[in-house]
Structure formats: structure tokens, C-alpha cells
Ligand binder design. Structure first.
Ligand SMILES: Nc1ncnc2c1ncn2[C@@H]1O[C@H](COP(=O)(O)OP(=O)(O)OP(=O)(O)O)[C@@H](O)[C@H]1O
Ligand SMILES: [Mg+2]
Length: 346
């Protein structure tokens, strides 16, 4: 009973430090923070002064004057700017952990399967210097599968495809561990870039990445609509021919063709994974299908495009944007049973 009480009030937390979004899960409570991984700062006498983090900073992306910079410190799923990433982690930990003077939390962070030892050490260090007592790491595909409720500890093959902002990680799991995993640097960011470059080339229209993301999440699809057009939306950008603002109507079919390359790369990653999986486990996956997690899994008809290309049954996880955070949280809640997947080496 006492143990239960303590676990309810424990301040241990799990963090999904994503390229696009950071989520914090508090043990016994669930996800209590979900904000864009963006930091805005000013440089004064060579020192970076943080002005805004998360939601407030995202509004500044692409809209800052020369004196202010709004950046995303995580790139391709790993830390690209250490100082800024550390500030961001500190900010989020402080925001959810108000009694920091009393108890230092233990923190579990998920890391991409392909992260190098140096990258892992950097993440651990950032978390420790942000005030954690202990920092544990868990591989992202395991967290994604746990969060999606897949039976990963069973002696059967399960395939999870986590499509994030920076990377897509394809993994085959069995008996609680990774049998095969591969990370490709294709995700939501690459899709946004594809939309930007399509509009530039085909429509002479210059738009920023935030606009491209809005187009993708509103009408984006992986599959050319049957009528060759689909729905459409009005978008604004700069006419590259005369430099003045211009508004055009863009169709779903156009966006589908812009997104075809990143979508194809995701399909190929799944095919490669299936080919590299031992035959009995591959047979299990043919039976049980593939689970998609991450924000990219929400792209319209991506499941259909993947099913057509791979012949496998594809499902999109409930709360796909939260799976990794929920799974990392689950590893905290069921630490005893899942001890082998968490790496606490400090
Ligand atoms: N409805 C949608 N359709 C298409 N893409 C979407 C949709 N909703 C969110 N996304 C995209 O999902 C991505 C963010 O997903 P997620 O939060 O899983 O990434 P992340 O965990 O931060 O990144 P990573 O795992 O690569 O570090 C963004 O690129 C966002 O544009
Ligand atoms: Mg992610």
C-alpha cells in the first residue's frame, strides 16, 4: 500500500525528446506536457539568452528579426545543438517538476535505435545537468510498440513503424527485444520540404515550412485521389517571378505527387525490413500486420499506400502522436517487468 502511495507521488518522468515535439509523462499521472521542440533565443555578448521555449517559440519560427533566432535543437532525431537542447530540456523538466529542491526525479528518455554512443551520452548528460538524479535510456521503437499496445514480450514477431518529424524507424520485435531495426532520415520534415520545393518548381510560389506543414496536415495524402484532383485549399506565398504576395488554390492530387518521394522511401524501408527479418518472424508479421505510430502516420491514406505496396495489413495506432511517450512512461510504470529494455548506466 505504502509502495503504491509513493509511486503515485513519485516525480519520476519519461521524456520523448522528438525532432518536432517533446512530450513529458509523469509517473502515475500520464502525459502532462506536449510542446514543439523549438527554442527562441537572443545572443548577447556571445551568450545565448533563451526568450521562449515550446509553443511560444514555434510561433516565432521563420518570423524572427535578425537579433533573435528560433531553432529546433533536435535534428534527425538526435541533438544538433547541445546548449540549446539542454536549455529546452531544463525548461520542460522545471515546468513539470515544481518541487525540484525536494526531490530530484529519475528520468527515462527514449533515443533513436541508430543513436551513437556519443549521442546517447550527450542526451544522458543533458538530462542529468537539467536536474535528474538518474537518467535511463530506452530505444524508441520499443517505446513506440509498448505505447501502441503491441504484445512485444511474446515469442512472436511484431513490426512497428514510427514516422516522426526527422526519422522513420522500422523495427521488428520479439520477446521484448529488437530483432531488426533501421532508421531512415525521412519523416514529416522531409514531407514539408517536398511541398515547399514542389510549389517553388511547379507554381513559382515561395512558402515557408510552417505553411507547408499546414498544407500537409490539412489536405496531404499519400494516394492520388480517384478523380485525379481531390479537395483543395487556398494558400498564400510569394510569387517568385515578381516578388509580390500571391494566393493560389492547391489540390490534393498536387500534394500527393509532391509527397510521392518521401512516401516511397517509407514503403521501401518497410520492404527492406521484411526482407531482412528471419522467415518465421516474417510469417508472424504477415499474420499480424504492421503498426504505424508517430505524427507521420496521420498522413492521409498512408496506410492504404503502404498496404498497396507491401501487401501487408497496416494499422495506425490510437493516439499515434503519443505512442512513444506513453510507451516510455509504461517502462517507468512497469519497471520491474521491463527492466531489460531500460539502460541506466550512471
Ligand atoms: N495529420 C497529419 N498528417 C501528416 N503529418 C502530420 C499530421 N499531424 C502531424 N504530422 C507530422 O508529424 C510530425 C511530428 O510527429 P512526431 O511528434 O511523432 O515527431 P517527433 O517524435 O517529434 O520526431 P522524431 O521521432 O523524428 O524525433 C511533424 O512533421 C508533423 O507535421
Ligand atoms: Mg518521435
Amino acid at each position: 500500500m505504502l509502495g503504491n502511495l509513493f509511486s503515485v507521488f513519485s516525480s519520476d518522468m519519461a521524456i520523448d525528446l522528438g525532432t518536432a515535439n517533446t512530450l513529458v509523462y509523469l509517473k502515475g499521472k500520464g502525459i502532462i506536457l506536449n510542446e514543439p521542440s523549438v527554442v527562441a533565443y537572443k545572443v548577447k555578448n556571445g551568450v545565448k539568452q533563451v526568450l521562449a521555449v515550446g509553443e511560444d517559440a514555434k510561433l516565432m519560427l521563420g518570423r524572427t528579426p535578425g537579433s533573435i533566432e528560433a531553432i529546433r535543437p533536435m535534428r534527425d532525431g538526435v541533438i544538433a545543438d547541445f546548449d540549446v537542447a539542454e536549455e529546452m530540456i531544463k525548461h520542460f523538466i522545471r515546468k513539470v517538476h515544481k518541487r525540484s529542491a525536494l526531490t530530484k526525479p529519475r528520468v527515462i528518455v527514449c533515443v533513436p535505435y541508430g543513436a551513437t554512443a556519443v549521442e546517447k551520452r550527450a542526451i544522458r548528460q543533458s538530462v542529468l545537468s537539467a536536474g535528474a538524479r538518474k537518467a535511463g535510456l530506452i530505444a524508441e521503437p520499443i517505446a513506440a510498440a509498448l505505447g501502441a499496445g503491441m504484445p512485444i514480450t511474446e515469442p512472436t514477431g511484431s513490426m512497428v513503424v514510427d514516422i516522426g518529424g526527422g526519422t522513420t524507424e522500422v523495427a521488428v520485435l520479439s520477446l521484448g527485444d529488437i530483432v531488426y531495426a533501421r532508421s531512415v532520415r525521412v519523416g514529416g520534415d522531409r514531407m514539408d520540404e517536398a511541398v515547399v520545393s514542389h510549389l517553388r518548381r511547379r507554381q513559382n510560389l515561395l512558402v515557408g515550412e510552417s505553411t507547408a506543414e499546414r498544407i500537409k496536415t490539412s489536405i496531404g495524402t499519400a494516394h492520388i485521389p480517384e478523380d485525379g484532383r481531390g479537395t483543395s485549399m487556398e494558400i498564400r506565398g510569394r510569387n517568385m517571378l515578381n516578388g509580390v504576395p500571391k494566393e493560389i488554390e492547391i489540390t490534393q492530387a498536387e500534394i500527393a505527387s509532391a509527397l510521392s518521394e518521401p512516401v516511397q522511401q517509407i514503403c521501401e524501408a518497410v520492404m527492406t525490413a521484411l526482407e531482412s527479418t528471419p522467415p518465421d518472424l516474417a510469417a508472424d508479421i504477415v499474420d499480424s500486420g504492421v503498426m504505424l505510430t508517430g505524427g507521420g502516420a496521420l498522413l492521409g491514406e498512408l496506410d492504404i499506400a503502404l498496404r498497396k505496396q507491401t501487401g501487408l495489413a497496416i494499422s495506425v495506432a490510437d493516439e499515434s502522436l503519443n505512442c512513444v511517450a506513453l510507451g516510455t512512461g509504461k517502462s517507468l510504470e512497469y519497471e520491474k517487468q521491463l527492466m531489460h529494455v531500460i539502460d541506466f548506466d550512471s
